[in-house]
Design a protein around this ligand. Structure first.
Ligand code: G3H
Ligand code: 13P
Ligand code: ZN
Length: 330
């Protein structure tokens, strides 16, 4: 059993209390490799932002849980070396079973998500409660989920979404004891969040997706005052990266994300954690495609992974400063 405290990590409790009071959201960035982690830490140190490092089941399969844990430990030392001791959470993204959550808690994670959103309501309550009991006995915080996001989730794939029902949230939170709740108000995973035919066009001809369901969020806030809410599927799908990928041989179709103003508005509400993965994938892939295409003789991975990491860092700094409002809050 390895406690997250030995690794210099924190759970989400104090982070969310401050985010709620300060009307900003903590960035929850997924990582799978060294360059993503370097970019996250450099960006969060330079902007003085707390951060949640997210590890999906796919990331564990790809990178190995022991390596990821030690990377998170190293991230704290690296941040201090860079000059700012930012609070760092190591979080399991979309935990699919009690066993997965337990394995992560036993391996130094300071926060876990149990995603029972694909189960019946009563099954979701029972599974989430079981995870909370184990997690809280070890000082680990737990995120539950009510409502279903469309798109591809790690262990669970959902073709269609359904919004969180505000009438269920008080019962769910009180019976499970979760520390935060992921809700469904119109976001979805991946780079294709909306169909073009469901969007309108602004004066410049840019596609504008339908707004998030802030009415549902407000109802949830009224029922659960000062309770931390989580937004998954919150990539904005920056069109400059989509264009870069297409220009240098990639094929992406109908890539539409959540407009930044909507995320800024959500961050000022009870939303305390905003999950972003796909935007990082787009920034890295666009940069790598460009460099390899312009330098066909290049075969040193540092020559394309390094610039991809720098682009990623720039993007995370922008999000912390201008979208989530977490800059300066560490
Ligand atoms: O919510 C899903 C995350 O974007 C993680 O994706 O399972 O491909 O690592 P992944
Ligand atoms: P995006 O696919 O919008 O980046 O969402 C990531 C996410 O929700 C991870 O849990
Ligand atoms: Zn998610």
């Amino acid at each position: 059993m390895i406690s997250y405290k030995e690794l210099g990590l924190v759970n989400t409790k104090e982070m969310f209390e401050k985010a709620m009071k300060g009307k900003y959201a903590i960035p929850a960035y997924n990582f799978n490799n060294l360059e993503q982690l370097q970019a996250i830490i450099q960006a969060c140190v330079e902007t003085k932002s707390p951060v949640i490092l997210q590890v999906s089941k796919g990331a564990r399969d790809y990178a190995n849980i022991n390596l990821l844990r030690n990377m998170a430990r190293g991230a704290g030392e690296y941040a201090r070396e860079l000059g700012c001791d930012i609070p760092i959470v190591l979080h399991l993204d979309h935990g699919d079973s009690f066993e997965t959550c337990k394995e992560c808690i036993d391996n130094g994670f300071s926060s876990v998500m149990i995603d029972g959103s694909h189960l019946s309501y009563e099954e979701n309550v029972a599974l989430t409660r079981k995870v909370v009991e184990y997690a809280h006995a070890h000082g680990v915080t737990v995120e539950g989920e009510l409502g279903v996001l469309a798109g591809i989730e790690d262990a669970v794939s959902h073709a269609v979404s359904h919004y969180t029902k505000p009438e269920e949230v008080v019962d769910f939170v009180s019976r499970t004891g979760v520390d935060s709740l992921a809700i469904s108000i119109g976001t979805s995973h991946g780079a294709n969040k909306f169909k073009p035919e469901d969007c309108t066009r602004d004066a410049n001809g840019t596609l504008v997706p339908p707004p998030l369901r802030f009415d549902i969020l407000e109802e949830i806030e009224e029922k659960l005052p000062n309770f931390p809410i989580v937004l998954h599927g919150s990539s904005s799908v920056p069109q400059e990266y989509v264009a870069m990928i297409m220009q240098y041989g990639g094929k992406l179709k109908d890539s539409i994300g959540i407009p930044e103003e909507q995320l800024r508005k959500a961050a000022a509400s009870a939303v305390c954690k905003i999950n972003i993965d796909s935007d990082g994938r787009l920034a890295m892939t666009g940069t790598i495609r460009k460099i390899l295409s312009e330098n066909p003789g290049e075969f040193d991975p540092r020559k394309y992974l390094g610039p991809a990491r720098d682009e990623l860092k720039k993007m995370y700094m922008h999000k912390n400063k201008n979208v989530l409002g977490s800059a300066g809050q560490a």
